[in-house]
Ligand binder design. Structure first.
Ligand code: FUL
Length: 483
Protein backbone atom coordinates (compact mmCIF):
# COMPACT_ATOMS: atom_id res chain seq x y z
CA UNK A 1 0.00 0.00 0.00
CA UNK A 2 2.74 2.38 1.04
CA UNK A 3 4.76 1.50 -2.06
CA UNK A 4 1.68 2.15 -4.19
CA UNK A 5 1.07 5.59 -2.73
CA UNK A 6 4.72 6.53 -3.14
CA UNK A 7 4.48 5.38 -6.74
CA UNK A 8 1.32 7.42 -7.32
CA UNK A 9 2.96 10.46 -5.73
CA UNK A 10 6.06 9.95 -7.90
CA UNK A 11 4.03 9.63 -11.10
CA UNK A 12 1.76 12.58 -10.34
CA UNK A 13 4.67 14.84 -9.35
CA UNK A 14 6.37 13.99 -12.60
CA UNK A 15 3.29 14.47 -14.72
CA UNK A 16 2.71 17.79 -12.99
CA UNK A 17 6.35 18.69 -13.56
CA UNK A 18 5.80 18.29 -17.30
CA UNK A 19 2.71 20.47 -17.51
CA UNK A 20 3.19 23.98 -18.80
CA UNK A 21 1.49 26.88 -17.02
CA UNK A 22 -1.82 27.98 -18.49
CA UNK A 23 -1.58 31.10 -20.69
CA UNK A 24 -2.50 34.39 -19.05
CA UNK A 25 -4.60 37.08 -20.76
CA UNK A 26 -4.08 38.00 -24.41
CA UNK A 27 -1.23 36.06 -26.03
CA UNK A 28 0.73 36.66 -29.24
CA UNK A 29 -0.22 34.95 -32.51
CA UNK A 30 2.29 33.05 -34.61
CA UNK A 31 2.78 36.10 -36.85
CA UNK A 32 3.35 38.36 -33.84
CA UNK A 33 5.89 35.94 -32.35
CA UNK A 34 7.77 36.06 -35.67
CA UNK A 35 7.61 39.89 -35.52
CA UNK A 36 9.01 39.95 -31.98
CA UNK A 37 12.11 38.15 -33.30
CA UNK A 38 12.83 40.96 -35.76
CA UNK A 39 13.24 43.68 -33.08
CA UNK A 40 14.94 46.30 -35.30
CA UNK A 41 13.94 47.08 -38.87
CA UNK A 42 14.01 49.93 -41.36
CA UNK A 43 11.46 52.06 -43.22
CA UNK A 44 12.61 53.38 -46.60
CA UNK A 45 11.15 56.62 -48.01
CA UNK A 46 12.25 57.27 -51.59
CA UNK A 47 9.80 58.84 -54.09
CA UNK A 48 9.64 62.03 -56.24
CA UNK A 49 9.38 63.80 -52.84
CA UNK A 50 13.10 63.01 -52.33
CA UNK A 51 13.93 64.98 -55.49
CA UNK A 52 11.69 67.87 -54.41
CA UNK A 53 13.46 68.06 -51.04
CA UNK A 54 10.10 67.89 -49.24
CA UNK A 55 8.53 65.72 -46.50
CA UNK A 56 5.06 65.49 -48.02
CA UNK A 57 4.84 65.63 -51.82
CA UNK A 58 1.73 67.47 -53.02
CA UNK A 59 1.11 64.85 -55.70
CA UNK A 60 1.93 67.14 -58.62
CA UNK A 61 5.59 66.28 -59.24
CA UNK A 62 6.26 65.25 -62.82
CA UNK A 63 7.07 61.49 -62.82
CA UNK A 64 10.26 62.45 -64.68
CA UNK A 65 11.60 64.02 -61.50
CA UNK A 66 12.04 60.51 -60.16
CA UNK A 67 15.47 60.03 -61.68
CA UNK A 68 18.07 58.58 -59.32
CA UNK A 69 21.52 58.76 -60.83
CA UNK A 70 22.78 55.52 -59.31
CA UNK A 71 20.07 53.56 -57.49
CA UNK A 72 21.57 50.62 -55.63
CA UNK A 73 19.29 48.50 -53.47
CA UNK A 74 22.22 46.31 -52.44
CA UNK A 75 24.06 49.37 -51.00
CA UNK A 76 21.01 50.39 -48.93
CA UNK A 77 20.21 46.91 -47.65
CA UNK A 78 23.87 46.10 -47.00
CA UNK A 79 24.11 49.19 -44.77
CA UNK A 80 20.90 48.23 -42.98
CA UNK A 81 22.23 44.74 -42.37
CA UNK A 82 25.48 46.09 -40.96
CA UNK A 83 23.29 48.12 -38.59
CA UNK A 84 21.77 44.89 -37.30
CA UNK A 85 18.37 45.56 -38.93
CA UNK A 86 16.52 42.32 -39.59
CA UNK A 87 13.68 43.64 -41.73
CA UNK A 88 12.90 46.37 -44.26
CA UNK A 89 9.60 48.06 -44.97
CA UNK A 90 9.53 49.93 -48.26
CA UNK A 91 7.18 52.86 -48.75
CA UNK A 92 5.80 51.58 -52.06
CA UNK A 93 3.50 54.62 -52.28
CA UNK A 94 3.66 57.69 -50.02
CA UNK A 95 1.06 60.45 -49.69
CA UNK A 96 2.23 61.93 -53.05
CA UNK A 97 0.60 58.91 -54.70
CA UNK A 98 3.59 57.87 -56.86
CA UNK A 99 3.71 54.05 -57.12
CA UNK A 100 7.21 52.58 -57.15
CA UNK A 101 6.03 49.48 -58.96
CA UNK A 102 4.45 49.05 -62.41
CA UNK A 103 0.89 49.13 -61.12
CA UNK A 104 -2.21 48.81 -63.26
CA UNK A 105 -4.13 51.06 -60.87
CA UNK A 106 -2.70 54.49 -61.75
CA UNK A 107 -0.67 56.15 -64.45
CA UNK A 108 1.29 57.93 -61.75
CA UNK A 109 3.92 55.24 -61.39
CA UNK A 110 7.52 54.28 -61.99
CA UNK A 111 7.02 53.25 -65.63
CA UNK A 112 6.44 56.92 -66.46
CA UNK A 113 9.81 57.90 -64.98
CA UNK A 114 13.29 57.63 -66.52
CA UNK A 115 14.16 54.95 -63.91
CA UNK A 116 15.46 51.88 -65.84
CA UNK A 117 14.03 53.54 -68.99
CA UNK A 118 10.48 53.11 -67.75
CA UNK A 119 10.94 49.36 -67.33
CA UNK A 120 11.87 49.33 -63.66
CA UNK A 121 10.20 47.96 -60.57
CA UNK A 122 11.81 49.47 -57.50
CA UNK A 123 9.72 47.38 -55.11
CA UNK A 124 11.11 44.24 -56.78
CA UNK A 125 14.71 45.48 -56.67
CA UNK A 126 14.46 46.26 -52.96
CA UNK A 127 12.62 43.01 -52.23
CA UNK A 128 15.32 40.97 -53.97
CA UNK A 129 18.17 42.70 -52.14
CA UNK A 130 16.30 42.27 -48.85
CA UNK A 131 15.80 38.53 -49.38
CA UNK A 132 19.34 38.01 -50.66
CA UNK A 133 20.64 39.48 -47.41
CA UNK A 134 18.35 37.30 -45.28
CA UNK A 135 16.09 40.13 -44.02
CA UNK A 136 12.31 40.20 -43.90
CA UNK A 137 10.30 42.39 -46.25
CA UNK A 138 7.26 44.55 -45.62
CA UNK A 139 5.36 47.31 -47.39
CA UNK A 140 3.74 50.67 -46.64
CA UNK A 141 1.14 51.84 -49.13
CA UNK A 142 -0.33 55.18 -48.09
CA UNK A 143 -4.13 55.24 -48.05
CA UNK A 144 -4.06 59.01 -48.54
CA UNK A 145 -3.21 59.76 -52.16
CA UNK A 146 -2.67 63.41 -53.09
CA UNK A 147 -2.31 62.63 -56.78
CA UNK A 148 -5.33 60.48 -57.49
CA UNK A 149 -8.23 62.38 -59.11
CA UNK A 150 -10.68 59.96 -57.49
CA UNK A 151 -9.38 60.44 -53.93
CA UNK A 152 -12.29 61.49 -51.76
CA UNK A 153 -14.90 59.85 -54.02
CA UNK A 154 -16.46 56.43 -53.49
CA UNK A 155 -14.34 55.04 -56.34
CA UNK A 156 -10.99 55.39 -54.61
CA UNK A 157 -11.23 52.52 -52.12
CA UNK A 158 -11.28 49.93 -54.92
CA UNK A 159 -8.07 51.51 -56.28
CA UNK A 160 -6.36 51.41 -52.90
CA UNK A 161 -7.42 47.81 -52.32
CA UNK A 162 -6.23 46.83 -55.81
CA UNK A 163 -2.84 48.39 -55.01
CA UNK A 164 -2.60 46.34 -51.84
CA UNK A 165 -3.53 43.21 -53.79
CA UNK A 166 -0.76 43.83 -56.31
CA UNK A 167 1.75 44.37 -53.52
CA UNK A 168 0.50 41.31 -51.65
CA UNK A 169 0.73 39.14 -54.80
CA UNK A 170 4.06 39.90 -56.37
CA UNK A 171 6.68 40.35 -53.66
CA UNK A 172 6.68 37.15 -51.62
CA UNK A 173 5.78 36.76 -47.97
CA UNK A 174 5.56 40.07 -46.10
CA UNK A 175 6.25 40.44 -42.38
CA UNK A 176 4.42 43.78 -42.12
CA UNK A 177 1.73 45.78 -43.81
CA UNK A 178 2.16 49.32 -42.51
CA UNK A 179 -0.75 51.80 -42.46
CA UNK A 180 -0.28 55.38 -41.39
CA UNK A 181 -3.01 57.57 -39.99
CA UNK A 182 -2.45 60.69 -42.13
CA UNK A 183 -5.40 60.96 -44.45
CA UNK A 184 -7.28 63.70 -46.22
CA UNK A 185 -6.35 67.33 -46.79
CA UNK A 186 -5.16 69.42 -49.66
CA UNK A 187 -3.52 67.91 -52.72
CA UNK A 188 -3.21 67.88 -56.49
CA UNK A 189 -5.98 65.32 -57.10
CA UNK A 190 -5.56 65.16 -60.86
CA UNK A 191 -5.26 68.93 -61.19
CA UNK A 192 -8.16 69.98 -58.95
CA UNK A 193 -5.67 71.38 -56.39
CA UNK A 194 -8.14 71.48 -53.58
CA UNK A 195 -8.80 70.25 -50.07
CA UNK A 196 -10.59 66.93 -49.80
CA UNK A 197 -11.84 65.63 -46.49
CA UNK A 198 -12.93 62.08 -45.87
CA UNK A 199 -14.68 60.42 -42.95
CA UNK A 200 -11.80 58.28 -41.74
CA UNK A 201 -14.14 56.08 -39.70
CA UNK A 202 -15.72 54.62 -42.84
CA UNK A 203 -13.80 55.71 -45.94
CA UNK A 204 -11.18 52.92 -46.01
CA UNK A 205 -13.54 50.18 -44.75
CA UNK A 206 -10.67 48.81 -42.65
CA UNK A 207 -12.56 45.65 -41.69
CA UNK A 208 -12.72 44.47 -45.28
CA UNK A 209 -9.47 46.08 -46.38
CA UNK A 210 -7.53 44.28 -43.62
CA UNK A 211 -9.53 41.16 -44.48
CA UNK A 212 -7.59 41.22 -47.78
CA UNK A 213 -4.31 41.42 -45.84
CA UNK A 214 -5.27 38.47 -43.66
CA UNK A 215 -6.33 36.38 -46.62
CA UNK A 216 -3.43 37.13 -48.95
CA UNK A 217 -0.63 37.67 -46.43
CA UNK A 218 -1.46 35.77 -43.24
CA UNK A 219 2.03 36.36 -41.80
CA UNK A 220 1.95 40.14 -42.37
CA UNK A 221 1.60 42.05 -39.13
CA UNK A 222 -0.86 44.87 -39.61
CA UNK A 223 0.56 48.08 -38.14
CA UNK A 224 -1.47 51.19 -37.41
CA UNK A 225 -2.56 53.43 -34.54
CA UNK A 226 -4.97 50.66 -33.57
CA UNK A 227 -3.01 47.53 -34.55
CA UNK A 228 -4.41 45.01 -35.42
CA UNK A 229 -1.10 43.28 -34.65
CA UNK A 230 1.31 46.07 -33.79
CA UNK A 231 0.32 49.45 -32.38
CA UNK A 232 1.94 52.81 -33.08
CA UNK A 233 3.69 53.96 -29.92
CA UNK A 234 2.10 57.40 -30.19
CA UNK A 235 5.18 59.46 -31.11
CA UNK A 236 7.97 59.48 -33.66
CA UNK A 237 10.69 59.71 -30.99
CA UNK A 238 11.71 56.06 -31.16
CA UNK A 239 10.87 55.27 -27.55
CA UNK A 240 8.23 53.33 -25.62
CA UNK A 241 7.37 54.10 -21.99
CA UNK A 242 9.58 52.56 -19.31
CA UNK A 243 6.63 50.44 -18.22
CA UNK A 244 5.23 49.23 -21.51
CA UNK A 245 2.63 46.47 -21.72
CA UNK A 246 2.31 44.41 -24.89
CA UNK A 247 -1.44 44.33 -24.36
CA UNK A 248 -3.71 47.12 -25.59
CA UNK A 249 -7.34 47.94 -26.23
CA UNK A 250 -7.76 50.45 -29.06
CA UNK A 251 -10.32 53.04 -27.97
CA UNK A 252 -11.71 56.21 -29.51
CA UNK A 253 -10.09 59.44 -28.31
CA UNK A 254 -12.12 61.72 -26.08
CA UNK A 255 -15.16 63.09 -27.86
CA UNK A 256 -15.15 60.45 -30.65
CA UNK A 257 -16.91 57.15 -30.83
CA UNK A 258 -14.84 55.04 -33.21
CA UNK A 259 -11.17 54.05 -33.05
CA UNK A 260 -9.47 54.01 -36.47
CA UNK A 261 -6.01 54.90 -37.82
CA UNK A 262 -5.66 58.65 -37.27
CA UNK A 263 -8.04 58.54 -34.31
CA UNK A 264 -7.05 56.50 -31.26
CA UNK A 265 -6.32 56.61 -27.53
CA UNK A 266 -2.79 57.99 -28.08
CA UNK A 267 -2.08 58.93 -24.44
CA UNK A 268 -2.17 55.19 -23.65
CA UNK A 269 -0.11 54.09 -26.65
CA UNK A 270 3.40 54.46 -25.13
CA UNK A 271 2.67 52.30 -22.08
CA UNK A 272 -0.06 50.04 -23.46
CA UNK A 273 -2.85 48.82 -21.22
CA UNK A 274 -2.28 46.21 -18.53
CA UNK A 275 -4.77 43.40 -19.21
CA UNK A 276 -5.79 45.04 -22.49
CA UNK A 277 -8.00 42.93 -24.74
CA UNK A 278 -5.38 42.22 -27.41
CA UNK A 279 -1.72 41.32 -27.67
CA UNK A 280 -0.65 44.46 -29.55
CA UNK A 281 2.95 45.43 -28.80
CA UNK A 282 4.32 48.84 -29.77
CA UNK A 283 6.47 49.83 -32.71
CA UNK A 284 8.67 52.89 -32.16
CA UNK A 285 9.25 54.55 -35.53
CA UNK A 286 11.88 57.25 -35.82
CA UNK A 287 13.88 58.58 -38.76
CA UNK A 288 17.63 58.03 -38.77
CA UNK A 289 17.92 61.72 -39.70
CA UNK A 290 15.47 64.46 -38.80
CA UNK A 291 13.04 63.86 -41.66
CA UNK A 292 11.69 60.70 -43.26
CA UNK A 293 12.96 61.89 -46.66
CA UNK A 294 16.54 62.83 -47.49
CA UNK A 295 17.54 66.47 -47.03
CA UNK A 296 21.12 67.45 -47.65
CA UNK A 297 21.32 69.76 -44.63
CA UNK A 298 20.40 67.07 -42.09
CA UNK A 299 22.71 64.65 -40.31
CA UNK A 300 22.06 61.13 -39.03
CA UNK A 301 21.85 60.34 -35.32
CA UNK A 302 25.05 59.06 -33.76
CA UNK A 303 25.56 55.34 -33.00
CA UNK A 304 25.30 56.07 -29.25
CA UNK A 305 22.00 57.93 -29.71
CA UNK A 306 20.69 55.01 -31.75
CA UNK A 307 21.77 52.58 -29.04
CA UNK A 308 19.91 54.68 -26.50
CA UNK A 309 16.76 54.46 -28.68
CA UNK A 310 17.31 50.70 -28.93
CA UNK A 311 17.34 50.41 -25.14
CA UNK A 312 14.12 52.43 -24.92
CA UNK A 313 12.27 50.55 -27.66
CA UNK A 314 13.46 46.94 -27.98
CA UNK A 315 14.49 47.16 -24.32
CA UNK A 316 10.92 48.10 -23.41
CA UNK A 317 9.36 45.10 -25.17
CA UNK A 318 8.67 47.05 -28.38
CA UNK A 319 10.40 47.24 -31.79
CA UNK A 320 12.57 49.95 -33.32
CA UNK A 321 11.63 51.01 -36.85
CA UNK A 322 14.36 53.24 -38.20
CA UNK A 323 13.60 55.54 -41.15
CA UNK A 324 16.18 55.24 -43.95
CA UNK A 325 16.29 57.99 -46.55
CA UNK A 326 18.24 57.34 -49.76
CA UNK A 327 19.60 60.49 -51.41
CA UNK A 328 19.02 61.55 -55.02
CA UNK A 329 21.60 59.02 -56.22
CA UNK A 330 19.36 56.33 -54.76
CA UNK A 331 21.82 55.32 -52.04
CA UNK A 332 22.31 56.00 -48.36
CA UNK A 333 24.75 58.81 -47.65
CA UNK A 334 28.12 57.65 -46.31
CA UNK A 335 27.33 59.38 -42.97
CA UNK A 336 24.20 57.19 -42.65
CA UNK A 337 26.15 54.07 -43.59
CA UNK A 338 28.70 54.88 -40.87
CA UNK A 339 25.99 55.63 -38.26
CA UNK A 340 24.23 52.33 -38.97
CA UNK A 341 27.47 50.35 -38.80
CA UNK A 342 28.45 52.05 -35.54
CA UNK A 343 25.05 51.28 -34.02
CA UNK A 344 25.11 47.67 -35.21
CA UNK A 345 28.57 47.23 -33.72
CA UNK A 346 27.54 48.54 -30.30
CA UNK A 347 24.60 46.10 -30.17
CA UNK A 348 26.75 43.22 -31.43
CA UNK A 349 29.67 43.85 -29.11
CA UNK A 350 27.55 44.60 -26.05
CA UNK A 351 25.38 41.51 -26.26
CA UNK A 352 28.10 39.12 -27.48
CA UNK A 353 28.98 38.12 -23.98
CA UNK A 354 26.44 37.31 -21.29
CA UNK A 355 28.52 37.67 -18.12
CA UNK A 356 26.05 35.40 -16.32
CA UNK A 357 26.36 32.59 -18.88
CA UNK A 358 28.57 30.35 -16.78
CA UNK A 359 27.17 31.53 -13.47
CA UNK A 360 25.29 29.55 -10.85
CA UNK A 361 21.68 30.32 -10.31
CA UNK A 362 19.22 29.42 -7.54
CA UNK A 363 15.46 30.01 -7.53
CA UNK A 364 13.13 30.10 -4.54
CA UNK A 365 10.75 27.88 -6.51
CA UNK A 366 10.72 25.82 -9.70
CA UNK A 367 7.83 24.09 -11.37
CA UNK A 368 9.69 20.91 -12.20
CA UNK A 369 12.44 19.47 -14.25
CA UNK A 370 11.24 20.79 -17.63
CA UNK A 371 11.16 24.29 -16.20
CA UNK A 372 14.54 24.37 -14.52
CA UNK A 373 16.06 27.69 -13.57
CA UNK A 374 19.16 26.86 -15.63
CA UNK A 375 17.16 27.38 -18.82
CA UNK A 376 17.30 31.15 -18.32
CA UNK A 377 21.04 31.10 -18.98
CA UNK A 378 21.01 28.79 -22.01
CA UNK A 379 20.64 31.55 -24.64
CA UNK A 380 17.49 29.85 -25.97
CA UNK A 381 14.30 31.80 -25.39
CA UNK A 382 12.15 28.79 -26.31
CA UNK A 383 13.10 27.10 -23.02
CA UNK A 384 11.91 28.72 -19.82
CA UNK A 385 11.78 28.58 -16.07
CA UNK A 386 8.37 28.61 -14.38
CA UNK A 387 7.07 28.48 -10.85
CA UNK A 388 4.35 26.16 -9.56
CA UNK A 389 0.79 27.34 -10.17
CA UNK A 390 0.29 28.71 -6.68
CA UNK A 391 3.60 30.56 -6.53
CA UNK A 392 3.25 34.15 -7.75
CA UNK A 393 6.43 35.67 -6.30
CA UNK A 394 10.01 34.43 -6.44
CA UNK A 395 13.63 35.33 -5.80
CA UNK A 396 16.54 34.32 -7.99
CA UNK A 397 20.14 34.54 -6.94
CA UNK A 398 22.87 34.55 -9.57
CA UNK A 399 26.52 34.03 -8.73
CA UNK A 400 28.73 35.14 -11.61
CA UNK A 401 31.64 33.06 -10.27
CA UNK A 402 33.87 36.13 -9.88
CA UNK A 403 33.35 39.87 -9.57
CA UNK A 404 32.38 41.29 -12.97
CA UNK A 405 31.69 44.80 -14.21
CA UNK A 406 28.34 45.36 -15.93
CA UNK A 407 25.79 48.08 -16.65
CA UNK A 408 22.96 46.32 -18.49
CA UNK A 409 20.59 43.65 -17.20
CA UNK A 410 18.39 41.81 -19.66
CA UNK A 411 15.17 39.97 -18.79
CA UNK A 412 12.78 38.07 -21.05
CA UNK A 413 9.44 36.51 -20.19
CA UNK A 414 8.20 33.46 -22.07
CA UNK A 415 5.62 35.49 -24.00
CA UNK A 416 3.74 32.65 -25.74
CA UNK A 417 2.09 32.31 -22.32
CA UNK A 418 1.31 36.03 -22.04
CA UNK A 419 2.76 38.91 -20.07
CA UNK A 420 2.58 37.87 -16.42
CA UNK A 421 5.07 39.73 -14.22
CA UNK A 422 3.84 43.04 -12.78
CA UNK A 423 6.62 44.09 -10.41
CA UNK A 424 10.24 43.19 -9.91
CA UNK A 425 13.50 44.58 -8.58
CA UNK A 426 17.17 43.87 -8.99
CA UNK A 427 19.75 43.87 -6.19
CA UNK A 428 23.52 43.53 -6.31
CA UNK A 429 25.83 42.34 -3.56
CA UNK A 430 28.27 45.17 -2.99
CA UNK A 431 30.47 45.85 0.05
CA UNK A 432 28.96 42.84 1.85
CA UNK A 433 25.38 44.04 1.55
CA UNK A 434 22.49 43.69 -0.87
CA UNK A 435 21.73 46.97 -2.61
CA UNK A 436 18.66 47.62 -4.76
CA UNK A 437 19.69 49.06 -8.14
CA UNK A 438 16.41 48.97 -10.06
CA UNK A 439 12.67 48.50 -9.55
CA UNK A 440 10.31 48.01 -12.47
CA UNK A 441 6.94 46.71 -13.56
CA UNK A 442 6.68 45.27 -17.08
CA UNK A 443 9.10 42.77 -18.65
CA UNK A 444 7.42 41.08 -21.65
CA UNK A 445 9.40 40.11 -24.75
CA UNK A 446 12.55 41.91 -23.58
CA UNK A 447 13.47 44.29 -20.83
CA UNK A 448 16.87 45.96 -20.96
CA UNK A 449 17.81 47.85 -17.82
CA UNK A 450 20.61 50.37 -18.25
CA UNK A 451 22.10 51.09 -14.86
CA UNK A 452 23.14 54.64 -13.95
CA UNK A 453 26.76 53.57 -13.84
CA UNK A 454 28.76 50.34 -14.22
CA UNK A 455 28.71 48.10 -11.16
CA UNK A 456 31.32 45.55 -10.16
CA UNK A 457 29.81 42.64 -8.26
CA UNK A 458 29.80 38.85 -8.14
CA UNK A 459 26.22 38.26 -7.04
CA UNK A 460 22.84 39.61 -8.17
CA UNK A 461 19.31 38.99 -7.05
CA UNK A 462 16.14 39.28 -9.10
CA UNK A 463 13.05 39.57 -6.93
CA UNK A 464 9.74 39.10 -8.69
CA UNK A 465 7.30 40.63 -6.27
CA UNK A 466 4.00 40.72 -8.14
CA UNK A 467 2.25 38.53 -10.69
CA UNK A 468 -1.41 37.50 -10.94
CA UNK A 469 -0.40 33.94 -11.88
CA UNK A 470 2.68 31.72 -11.76
CA UNK A 471 5.81 33.21 -13.27
CA UNK A 472 7.79 32.43 -16.42
CA UNK A 473 11.19 33.72 -17.47
CA UNK A 474 13.01 32.53 -20.55
CA UNK A 475 16.30 34.45 -20.45
CA UNK A 476 18.45 36.43 -18.05
CA UNK A 477 21.56 38.36 -19.02
CA UNK A 478 24.17 40.68 -17.56
CA UNK A 479 26.16 42.82 -19.98
CA UNK A 480 28.66 45.63 -20.25
CA UNK A 481 28.01 48.27 -22.89
CA UNK A 482 30.86 47.96 -25.40
CA UNK A 483 31.50 50.44 -28.20
C1 FUL B 1 3.49 59.30 -41.17
C2 FUL B 1 3.59 60.03 -42.51
O1 FUL B 1 2.72 61.15 -42.55
C3 FUL B 1 5.03 60.47 -42.67
O2 FUL B 1 5.24 61.17 -43.85
C4 FUL B 1 5.90 59.21 -42.65
O3 FUL B 1 5.63 58.41 -43.76
C5 FUL B 1 5.67 58.43 -41.36
C6 FUL B 1 6.46 57.16 -41.27
O4 FUL B 1 4.29 58.14 -41.21
O5 FUL B 1 2.21 58.96 -40.85
Amino acid sequence: MRVLSILILFISTNIFAQTAPKPYGAVPSKRQLAWHNVEVYGLIHFTPTTFENKEWGFGDADPKTFNPTDFNAEQIIGAAKAGGLKGIILVAKHHDGFALWPTKTTEYNITKSPFRNGKGDLVKEVEQAVRKNGLKFGIYCSPWDRNNPLYGTDKYLAIYQAQLKELYSNYGELFMSWHDGANGGDGYYGGAREKRSIDNTTYYDWNNTWGITRKMQPMANIFSDIGLDVRWVGSEDGTAAETSWATFTPLPPEGKNVAVPGQANYPQSPMGIRNGKFWMPAECDVPLRKGWFYHENEKPRSPEELFDLYLQSVGHGAALDLGLAPDTRGQLHSDDVAALKGFGDIVKHTFANNLAKNGKIKASNSRGKNFSINTILDGDKETYWATADKIHTANLEIDLGAAKTFDIISLQEYIPLGQRIEEFNVEVFENNAWKKVYSGESIGAKRLIMLDKPITAQKLRLNISKSPVCITLSEFGVYKKTL
